[in-house]
Write a protein that binds this ligand. Structure first.
Ligand SMILES: [Zn+2]
Length: 94
């Protein structure tokens, strides 16, 4: 099963890397801590943002990228995303 799609599902979509709602190819990235059996919650991420942002920490065997967000105050999808993320952080720190 491919996790790459030509267009994002625009319902509440904001790429967590660039913060935009641009209509371009996306990949579903599983969200850590959401797996239940064979199901896992995923975030839509622009494929090019993902590939361009990747960094390989070879000595630690980790591949990672930093997410950044637009500061546009009208960008409600990103705000919702950040609120969800804050909630998730609180749950982790308990
Ligand atoms: Zn993006």
């Amino acid at each position: 099963m491919s996790r790459i799609f030509e267009h994002p599902n625009m319902n509440d979509f904001a790429c967590p890397i660039c913060g935009t709602q641009e209509d371009k190819r996306v990949v579903l990235v599983p969200i850590q801590g959401t797996r239940e059996g064979v199901m896992v919650e995923c975030e839509q991420v622009h494929l090019d943002c993902l590939l361009n942002g990747l960094m390989y920490y070879k000595q630690r065997s980790v591949m990672a990228l930093l997410c950044s967000y637009g500061e546009n105050p009208d960008f409600s999808s990103t705000k919702k995303y950040l609120q969800k993320k804050k909630t998730a952080r609180k749950e982790v720190s308990k």
